[in-house]
Design a protein around this ligand. Sequence first.
Ligand SMILES: [Fe+2]
Length: 230
Amino acid sequence: MPDPLDQTMPRLNDHPNWVYLLREFETLYRHGSAGGSKAIRAHRKKVRETLTAVIDRNPELIPRAPAAKPVTTHLDHALDLAERDSLRGLARALSRVSQDLTWEFGYETMPKTLERKYAYCEVLGPQGPIRAERLILGFVLFAPSTTYPQHSHKEIEESYISVAGAWSENDGAVYAPGSLILNRPEHEHRITTGERDPCLLAYAWVGAEDRLAAPGMKLSYRRRPRIPPG
Ligand SMILES: [Fe+2]
């Protein structure tokens, strides 16, 4: 655990590319539309106010070892796709730190097939790299033709903003770059991605400090009972 009084710890302002990425996040949550939804407007406000306070505080940067996962071989393609759409500012800022990202799975147990198709990286939160207690910002990357099983987040409000690729949640709609989806705490959701392209989503988690420090990621899908042969 880094000592917050340690003056030798690197801080956010020592790393302009991380500041660049956070400012792009801030712009996204400031200028996008809430589509007339009070709940989404309140969520956007919460994210950007918390984020602005974090940037102003110039927090310490927790050193994290960069890590790749099989799905990150799709990242360049996803960033190229994002260049064509409204989220290119965020995609470009992400590309500037892409060598420093720590991609992970998060789940203790998950289907074997998902290991090749999914990973996420945090850019801000209790685990760093940019230290914050009441907000997590990150990206989740899916390979084409992925089904991300049903899950929910206890006491955490989550928004996804689509950066590249097409995807669907709970078979309800197809979301294109620029779309924002709000998942209230405990809302069960399942994601599928299009056949051709990888899918990159930015996400924000808002919740109590202790919950964000230990979100307890768990898939809620049940394995189908095996039917005995014969
Ligand atoms: Fe989720």
